[in-house]
Design a protein around this ligand. Sequence first.
Ligand SMILES: [Zn+2]
Length: 484
Amino acid sequence: MTTITESPAATSETSKYEAVIGLECHVQLATRSKMFCGCPTDYAGAAPNTHVCPICLGMPGVLPVINRTAVEYTLLTGLALNATIPDATKFDRKNYPYPDLVKGYQISQYDLPLVKGGFVEITVGADTRPVKLERVHLEEDTGKLTHVSGGSLVDFNRSGVPLMEMVSQPDLGTPAEARAYLRKLRAILRTLGVSGADMEKGQLRCDVNVSLRPVGASKLGTKVEVKNLNSFRSVQRALEYEIVRQAAALDAGQTIPQETRGWLEERGVTVSQRSKEEAHDYRYFPEPDLPPIFVSAEWLDHLREQLPELPDARRGRYMTSFGLGAADAEALSIDQWSARLFEDTVAAGADAKKAANWIQNDVGRLRGDTDGHTLDAQHLADLIRMVDNGEIGISAARQVLPRVHESGRSPQALVTELGLTQVSDSSELEAIVQQVIADNPTPVADYRSGKLSAINFLKGQVMKATRGKANPGVAEDLLKKSLE
Ligand SMILES: [Zn+2]
C-alpha cells in the first residue's frame, strides 16, 4: 500500500499560506454503447475511425438518442455520493471550436445536472473527514488528436463515449488529501461497476485547481487550473509544485494570474498554457434534439436497491467487526482486490489484524500493478497460522509467500520441500547451543558477569547456524539454561 505523506517542501515553504484545492474528474462510463448512438465503446486497440457512425461523426441531420444505462450509472454514482438527485434534468450544447470536437459543440449539462452536492469521506493518517462535491453531470467524450510531423491526425473512436464529470467543491487542503479523494472516487466507481476508472487507460482523467491564501483568511486567492495529470502520483506532485510556485510568487509581491497550466511529468513542472475561459464563452443553450429527463422516486428506489456495500461502509465494518484501526481499514476497504482477499483470509481462519498486515505489506508487494494473482486466501490463512503455531519463523514465511503466489501450491508442501520447518525441538537444538557457547567465550563471559544483552549475540549465532530455522524463543531458553 502506498503511504500518503505530506511533501516537506510544500509545508515548510508555505507555512504562511493555506492551499484551497478542488478537483474536476472526467470518468468514462463502462456502457456497451456510446452516449447518443449505438456504436460500441470497446475501441481500445482498434484501428482509428472504426467505431463511428454518422451520429458520433456529427453529420448534419442526424438525431441523438440518450443512452439509458449511462443515465442510470450517473444516478447510481449520485446515490453513492449521498447527493441530491433533482427530479428534472436536461442536456445543453457547449459550443467551442476544436478539431477533436467534430460537431463544433459538445452535448453536456449546464444549469440542471443529474446530480447535485454529495460528499465522500477521505482518510489521511488517522483522520477521516467528508469532502463535498459540487455536482456530477453527463456529457460525451471527444475524439483524440495525434500530432505528427507536418500535421495532426484525428481518431473519432472515442467521440461520443459517455463521460461523467465529477466536480468537487474547493474543499481539499493538501496534495495528500487530493490524492486520498481521488482514490476514494476510484474505489466507489469500481465498486459500483460504472467505470474501470483506470487513469492510465484514460478512463479517469483529472484536472485540479489550486489557490493560496494567507492562513486564516476567508477570501479565496486566484485559482490556477492544472491539466494533463495521468496518475495519482502526478496529481500529488503537480499540486506540491504549484503550491511552492505560487507561494514564492506571492512572497515576491506578484499577483497570480488566473490561467490553465499543463503538467510536464518528465520535468516535474507546470507551464502556462492559456488564460482561463469564462463559462459564458461557451454560449451554452438547451440541446434542442433531446428531451428533458424526469427522474421519478420509483426509478431512484429501484436503483437504490442495486447499490452494493460501498467503501465507506466497508471501512466502518472492518473497524467494528474486525477491530482494525482507521488507516488499515481504509487501505483495505478502498481496494476491491485487497478487500476480497482480506475477508476470504479471515473467513479461512486467520487473525484479522495479522491478515491485514500481510495483505498490506508482503502480499501488496507481490501484487505489483497487475490484478492477476494466484494467491489463495486459504493458503495465506495457513501461512499465518503456521507462524502462529511456531511451525515456521517469520522470515521463512516471507520466503515461502512468493512461491505460493507463483505456483499456487500450499505453504505446507513448500515449507517441507524447502526444508524451512522451524526447529523447536530442544534435543535438536541442544548440540548447536553447546557449540555456540564453546565457540564464543567472550560473549559468554560478558553474560555471566551481568551483561545480559550478550544473549542476543549468542542467539543470533544459533539462528545463523540453523540458517534461520531455530525457534528463537526455544533457542533463548536453552542458552539461558546452559549459561546459568
Ligand atoms: Zn456512433
